[in-house]
Design a protein around this ligand. Structure first.
Ligand code: SF4
Length: 332
């Protein structure tokens, strides 16, 4: 049986505040294979970025991983020291942040940043590093790469800067790219170009992609499988086209109902009322119950387990009851 490139098992992340310890991720499990594209979707505060940052051991204090495993090529990243982790970060796993200026150093030219990154991970002469950097700039369709090489980030447009960040992420031929809302800070017209570019590069180089976003529309364009998170927990996982076609969890249905291309009648039916609870106010039972149009008595007191069918899973009492009824009907 082939081993997943990355497998997260029962991950829990806590934040130890002065008077209370908050649980930011609970029992999060998922896996991604080589060359696969996985979307992690949810509103702000759902825990998607915490999940991504945990993979790279970038959770800063007072946050910490309190349980679970993060297996990358079979090695548990939660057990690695800072030096071993640095070798994996930016080498085998690259990250693309929402704001390109979080990655780019404003006082160094594009060329210096690219070649310094290469020197940090590989033994290369200056001309060799320059040649690879130029190749990567061409791959991300930067016009006039020779000229851009000597420019500073502030001399470039937002879209161009995000292309440079993608070029940087690709420098070391990573196996996995984690992109955290990579287009949110960009103009709408540029967003589609950047997503197309990421898709093209991941496909051509067989790089796996974890795309973190609040936008199910973007996930449906780029990924093959999606997980939906709510209040630090995975509430639904399925092939992306199945999620978009027939989401089962009421929260996912609400996200789809909010997509702009939905008809007005469907939007009225499905749009979610209320907001994601703060970590200090996560309700008992199903955390979504105060917002759920289908809430049952059991939802207020009991955390729903996963109902699994045809490679998909859903954490919802109502869906579990529907599946049981369907199973009984097919037996009789
Ligand atoms: Fe709604 Fe209950 Fe399902 Fe939660 S478990 S999503 S409250 S029906």
């Amino acid at each position: 049986m082939s081993v997943a490139l990355l497998e997260i098992r029962n991950l829990e992340v806590r934040f130890a505040m002065r008077h209370v310890t908050l649980v930011a991720l609970r029992d999060v499990s998922f896996a991604i294979n080589r060359g696969e594209r996985l979307g992690i979707v949810g509103e702000s505060g759902a825990g998607k970025s915490v999940a991504a940052f945990s993979i790279l051991n970038l959770i800063s204090k007072p946050g910490y991983i309190s349980a679970g495993e993060i297996l990358f090529e079979g090695r548990d990243l939660t057990k690695l020291g800072p030096q071993e982790m640095r070798k994996i970060r930016g080498n085998r796993i690259s990250m693309i942040f929402q704001d390109p200026m979080m990655t780019l150093n404003p006082v160094l030219t594009v060329g210096t940043q690219l070649t310094e990154c290469l020197h940090a991970h590989r033994e290369l002469s200056e001309p060799e590093a320059r040649e690879i950097a130029m190749e990567r700039l061409a791959q991300v369709h930067i016009p006039s790469p020779e000229a851009r090489f000597d420019q500073y980030p502030h001399e470039l447009s937002g879209g161009m800067r995000q292309r440079i960040v993608i070029a940087t992420a690709l420098l070391t031929n990573p196996w996995l790219i984690i992109a955290d809302e990579p287009t949110t800070a960009l103009d709408v017209t540029i967003q589609a170009e950047i997503m197309d570019l990421l898709l093209e590069l991941c496909e051509s180089q067989n790089v796996a992609l974890i795309l973190i976003t609040h936008d199910l529309g973007v996930v449906s364009q780029v990924t093959e499988r999606a997980i939906v998170m709510y209040a630090g927990r995975v509430v639904e996982e399925a092939p992306t086209r199945e999620i978009v076609r027939a989401a089962k969890h009421p929260y996912t249905q609400g996200l789809i109902g909010a997509l702009p291309q939905q008809t007005e009648s469907r939007r009225r039916l499905k749009q979610i009322r209320g907001v994601m609870p703060a970590l200090t106010e996560i309700p008992p039972g199903c955390a979504f119950h105060p917002r759920c149009p289908y809430v049952l008595d059991v939802c207020r007191v009991q955390l729903p387990g996963y109902s699994i069918k045809n490679g998909a899973r859903v954490a919802c009492h109502m869906v579990a009851a529907q599946m049981q009824t369907e199973a009984k009907e097919s037996e009789s």
